[in-house]
Design a protein around this ligand. Structure first.
Ligand code: HEM
Length: 435
């Protein structure tokens, strides 16, 4: 596979490939006015406006929200174990817990999807992804045949999901504006973008972070209510399945590799006993970070990234031209399983990432990109990492996790071919025991 060309498309020659393939029609389908779908200058302006919402400083402020949602999860597990119930459906448990986190952060609503099976955020999130025939056609059209969306009158979200999320945002915005209610969450930041057009700069930046530079004209352009709803919706969707799948896969690998799980627990014990539990101490869990990186290599929640060629592009060193309008699919999963790039690709080896952020610093081109790369990489990457590490560290500081079914311990996992993002085919059961 030509990983140099992939690097050119995503990073180096981004100017010819800056758009995703999702069709946009903000008038007829307002939820398409979101960051993942928007194109060209409109996307660029919005990306600049939203980027300060995802800095380490903002995440630090949101950390207590994440942590309190994770506490609901560990209390639920504790309660069940005390009642003699120590086996859990891994995927559903983390989907519910993650819905608590993301609905709290993106919408400012404190849900309890773990104890309430009929919670509407959970139900509507599931209804967006569940592989019914209608949803499969919708996903196929939006990702691969976007020109058919308008003629076939196919909207980005099913009607009931669209109505639920847009009405929820309207109610939340009305309430916050009437009462001047403030909270450290994305909704508060989106309201600042609605009312003043920009977010203030962060005082402290982490290594590798840059201050966003606004041009004075775009700085003052404000978001309207539909745009606020579209961004809250894409933050919710962008993390609903991806995050819970990532937690699920990582925990399954730690349950299959008990020696690695033990090493992770030792690191958690050491870091939390000396530094306490905080945004910074979770960041300092370096071996857990390697495990997360390796899990995202084996199981990239987004196994395929699509891009549209926006300007004729001559592939360097050849006579081949990619013409404007061509849709391109970049196979993240296949590249991250290529034995010429990653030795023993089906094995779970976190040590690959000890000295290299990509798992193989000798490889050429772009070989490891579970969050995409370049100017359009996943805007929620930092938050995803903190969320996964907070959940796993809270769990493994109290419990040990085992797989129930022999088949899942010995055999490679199979994937649900009807689902996007990447999801295990089976409902995998985990046994959780107090340490
Ligand atoms: C493990 C979890 C996640 C994975 C694996 C993941 C992966 C990705 C990937 C592969 C892309 C496309 C990048 C590209 O085209 O180069 C993307 C885009 C995006 N993600 Fe994530 N994501 C995750 C979590 C999140 C979270 C937590 C949020 C929001 C809070 C989020 C919001 C977005 C948005 C808004 C975009 C569009 C960015 C743009 O087009 O400018 N994602 N994500």
């Amino acid at each position: 596979m030509d990983t140099e060309l992939i690097n050119r498309i995503i990073v180096q020659d981004f100017g010819s490939f800056h758009d995703h393939t999702v069709p946009v029609d903000e008038e007829k389908d307002p939820l398409t006015g979101q960051l993942f779908a928007l194109k060209g200058q409109k996307w660029r302006n919005l990306r600049i406006k939203l980027s300060p919402a995802f800095t380490s400083g903002k995440l630090k402020m949101m950390f207590p929200i994440i942590r309190s949602c994770v506490d609901v999860l560990t209390e639920y597990i504790d309660k069940n174990i005390k009642n003699g119930q120590s086996v859990f459906s891994s995927k559903d448990l983390f989907l519910r817990s993650n819905t608590n986190v993301i609905s709290s952060i993106a919408f400012g609503i404190d849900n309890d999807c773990i104890n309430d099976p009929n919670n509407q955020f959970y139900i509507n999130g599931k209804n967006f992804f569940v592989p019914t025939l209608r949803n499969s056609i919708r996903q196929l059209v939006f990702m691969f045949i976007p020109s058919l969306a308008s003629p076939l009158n196919i909207k980005f979200a099913p009607k009931d999901v669209d109505t639920f999320f847009r009405n929820s945002v309207k109610e939340i915005v009305d309430y916050r504006e009437k009462t001047n209610y403030r909270r450290n969450d994305f909704m508060d930041l989106l309201l600042q973008l609605k009312n003043q057009g920009f977010l203030p700069a962060d005082n402290e930046l982490e290594e590798g972070e840059k201050q966003v530079e606004y041009d004075e004209k775009t700085k003052l352009i404000k978001l309207n209510l539909n745009e606020v709803a579209a961004q809250a919706f894409v933050f919710f969707l962008g993390s609903f399945e991806t995050l819970s799948s990532t937690i699920n896969f990582l925990l399954i690998e730690l349950a299959r590799n008990k020696n690695i799980q033990k090493k992770v627990q030792e690191e958690i014990d050491q870091v939390f006993s000396t530094q306490g539990v905080s945004y910074d101490s979770v960041k300092n869990l370096k071996y857990l970070e390697c495990c997360l990186n390796e899990s995202l290599r084996k199981y990239p929640a987004v196994p395929l990234i699509t891009r549209e060629c926006t300007k004729d592009y001559k592939i360097p060193g050849t006579d081949l031209i990619i013409t404007k309008g061509t849709d391109i699919s970049l196979p993240v999963f296949s590249i991250q399983h290529d034995p010429e790039i990653f030795d023993k690709p089906s094995e779970f080896i976190p040590e690959r990432f000890l000295d290299s952020p990509t798992g193989n610093s000798a490889a050429n081109g772009l070989c490891y990109f579970p969050f995409g790369d370049g100017p359009r990489h996943c805007i929620g990457m930092r938050m995803a990492r903190v969320n996964v590490k907070t959940t796993i560290s809270a769990l493994l500081s109290k419990f040990t996790v085992d797989l129930v079914d022999e088949k899942h311990i010995k055999k490679e996992l199979e994937f649900d071919r009807k689902m996007f993002p990447l999801t295990p085919a089976d409902d995998i059961k985990i046994k959780i025991t107090p340490r």
